[in-house]
Design a protein around this ligand. Structure first.
Ligand SMILES: O=P(O)(O)OC[C@H]1O[C@H](O[C@H]2O[C@H](CO)[C@@H](O)[C@H](O)[C@H]2O)[C@H](O)[C@@H](O)[C@@H]1O
Length: 574
């Protein structure tokens, strides 16, 4: 949604946005039941009902209540009424459309034109199909009180809403409540009837499952729906009314406001313990929420813990962690190779580079680091050290989905100058780092949605990363890499008592989450020497951050020095 990460929570959608969860839920507002009931009790409403019952005696009234504007589809409704009478001539003289036109909220040529159009249709139809005793369409274009409108609702057999675009539109709700009447009155003891014909383009339409739904642009089918509404059996009218009244009366504004406050409390429960920072200017201004425990990684603290530990797990992401994102040459520098080697050569250490990159590049680049473990393609391939075989995540995985994903990526590549496709053994990646930034990210959001729908039934996930959209097999995450490393150390009686995990992007968050799970499961000794660290200050599951790759390299260099010193010490003492 909007290219942002979201989860389906219980009954609503939770958007993850700069460290906060934004809850999104459809709440079809509803009416104020108390207000409606007090209107129904008004004496002038009752007397107006009696007058209208006499005025329309022997007639079946279909009712429209709309504002005078271009979107309400009033003329379409009038034309549908004409069609109903022409197709079912037995209703001529018996069916009447009463159309209440609330005064326009503004004036302008479009309003004048639509008003003129409605009037001339009504005059023409009434002349053609009416007579001195029968007016097929009654247009009421003066302001009415709610009590007067309630009287019209009460005497009408069906309410017709044919808007071509609208918001919620509570006319059908008001109609249903008026047809029910007041509890305790004589009429409310006998079963009530009501029928609704509602445009599919109106907000309330999905909530009224007993309504006859129409596309108002289709005049013939709207006419048939209006005919059905007045001619079905009384029993069916009662059943539909009962269903609607039950929903409308229980889901009023009070219900939805209580529901809203419950959701608000649940969604924000966690926000109170976060620290919020305003960053950026103008349209770029954002509120970022960070955990109060989120802090800069202290070099002394990690060096002390490192020095004390006996079994260390060190998991390092590559791009954005060991390698600056801006670097053109992506090969690790001699300095990085030397630091990684120093860490690997310490027998207390299990060191892994955990990356989304392919295994050939990583193996070539880190070939001087013989004891380094490599997890490539987010862990689809893992190798414990240079002289060991590559392990594959799933032996019998199928990749037929690539033939579905690639044409979609090609479409976006053709339309987005500077973008390209990377084919890995287990994944396909669309890159847009060299495209226009805003167009590239807009295309990426659209493509992500497109791929998710095309691949909905395939065993893959579609993820966005640093200027990439990637399709990869389900279950392949850096989190499962971390899990395997901790489990293997535990099995070999080398349970980790020091964990350093550094990464910069979304895929690395899976490792941070897994570390928490491993602590709970006891696979890692305790959490005093656990350093989950993201690169850059941003919402993260990591407790620590370092500002950039330079700080990461400096910190690793310090740890490498400790290992080298202890190696020298043990060498000299032997
Ligand atoms: O897990 P990482 O080590 O962070 O790797 C993730 C992706 O790295 C590569 O993409 C990145 O580098 C590209 C330039 O070489 C750049 O265009 C892109 O924006 C970066 O995300 C790699 O190509 C991807 O397959 C990895 O998933």
């Amino acid at each position: 949604m909007l290219g942002l990460e979201y989860q389906s929570k219980r009954g609503y959608i939770g958007l993850e946005y700069y460290g906060r969860t934004i809850g999104i839920k459809i709440m079809p507002s509803g009416i104020h039941m108390g207000q409606m009931e007090s209107v129904l009790k008004q004496s002038d409403k009752q007397s107006r009902v009696h007058q209208l019952e006499q005025e329309f005696q022997g007639k079946m009234v279909l009712l429209g209540v709309d504002d005078l504007d271009t979107f309400k589809g009033v003329n379409l409704k009038v034309l549908a009424m004409e069609q109903l009478l022409k197709s079912h001539r037995s209703w001529i003289g018996r069916a009447v459309l009463v159309q209440i036109l609330n005064p326009a909220r503004g004036r302008g040529r479009d309003v004048e034109e639509i008003e003129e159009e409605i009037r001339s249709s009504v005059v023409r139809i009434n002349q053609e199909l009416g007579n001195s005793n029968y007016t097929p369409i009654v247009l009421i274009d003066k302001p009415l009180t709610l009590a007067e409108k309630a009287a019209y609702y009460t005497i009408s057999e069906a309410a017709i809403v044919t808007a071509v675009r609208d918001g919620m539109n509570l006319t059908p709700y008001e109609y249903v409540v008026c047809r029910q009447g007041i509890s305790g009155s004589d009429s409310s003891n006998s079963p009530q009837k009501s029928m609704l014909v509602v445009s599919e383009f109106v907000g309330c339409s999905p909530s009224l499952s007993g309504a006859i739904r129409v596309n108002p642009w289709n005049v013939e089918s709207t006419a048939e729906a209006m005919y059905e509404a007045i001619s079905v059996s009384d029993f069916e009218k009662e059943m539909r009314h009962e269903k609607h009244y039950k929903y409308v009366s229980t889901h009023d504004v009070g219900y939805w406001s209580r529901s809203f406050f419950q959701d608000l409390e649940r969604t924000c429960a966690d926000h109170f313990r976060r620290r919020c920072w305003g960053i950026g200017l103008g349209f770029g201004f954002r509120v970022v929420a960070l955990d109060p425990m989120f802090r800069k990684l202290n070099t002394d603290a990690i060096m002390n813990a490192y020095g004390r530990a006996k079994n260390r797990a060190i998991l390092l992401d590559y791009d954005g962690t060991l390698m600056p994102q801006s670097s053109i040459n992506k090969r690790p520098s001699i300095e990085v190779i030397s630091i990684v080697n120093r860490l690997c050569n310490d027998p207390k250490n299990t060191v892994f580079v955990v990356s989304g990159r392919g295994k050939e590049d990583l193996a070539t680049w880190f070939s001087p680091c013989e004891k380094l473990g490599i997890a490539a393609e987010h862990g689809y391939f893992m190798r414990w050290q240079v002289d060991k075989e590559w392990e594959t995540h799933a032996q019998n995985a199928t990749f037929g989905w690539m033939q579905m994903a690639e044409p979609v990526m090609k479409l976006y590549t053709e339309a987005t100058d500077g973008s390209s496709i990377e084919r890995k053994e287990s994944a396909l990646v669309w890159h847009f780092q060299d495209a226009d930034p805003s167009f590239g990210s807009a295309q990426a959001k659209e493509m992500l949605d497109h791929l998710e729908s095309v691949l909905a039934n395939e065993p893959v996930v579609v993820k966005s990363g640093q200027y990439i959209v990637e399709v990869k097999p389900q279950g392949v995450t850096k989190g499962s890499v971390a899990e395997k490393i901790f489990a293997s150390m535990f099995k070999n009686e080398r349970r980790a008592d020091f964990v350093l995990c550094v990464g910069d992007d979304r895929s690395d968050e899976d490792m941070f989450v897994m570390i928490g799970d491993a602590i709970k499961a006891g696979v890692i000794l305790h959490n005093k020497s656990v350093f989950a660290c993201t690169v850059g200050q941003k919402p993260s599951r990591a407790e620590y951050y370092l500002d950039d790759t330079v700080e990461v390299i400096n910190m690793l260099e310090n740890l490498g020095d400790i290992s080298e010193d202890s190696d020298t010490d043990s060498g000299s003492s032997s």
